[in-house]
Design a protein. Structure first.
Length: 98
């Protein structure tokens, strides 16, 4: 994972849910479980007229969550929005995102 304007970070998440083609979920830990954990999921929801809704969620838990809330709110959330925007461009057949 590489948050916007930050160095890349490597996690070894554990898959929690794999339901192709609609859901993927995992749990990642920073350092050790219980310190700063992130439960992340992607979901594709079919809608009318061949439209799809993409939902990305992450829930953070652990003893460092309150200390890292600012970083998560500003950097990680921004990175998620950037990723979602690039995915939208690709899914709609627009220019290839970098």
């Amino acid at each position: 994972m590489q948050p916007a304007d930050r160095r890349p970070m490597t996690f070894g998440p554990r898959l929690l849910e794999v339901r192709p083609p609609t859901r993927l979920g995992w749990l990642g830990h920073f350092l050790v479980p219980g310190v700063f954990d992130g439960r992340h999921s992607f979901e594709i929801i079919p809608g009318p007229h061949h439209h799809l809704t993409f939902v990305q969620r992450e829930r953070f838990t652990g003893v460092l969550v309150s200390l890292l809330a600012n970083v998560v709110e500003h950097n990680t959330l921004r990175s998620f929005h950037e990723m979602n925007a690039a995915l939208k461009v690709r899914a709609e057949g627009g220019a290839q995102a970098p």
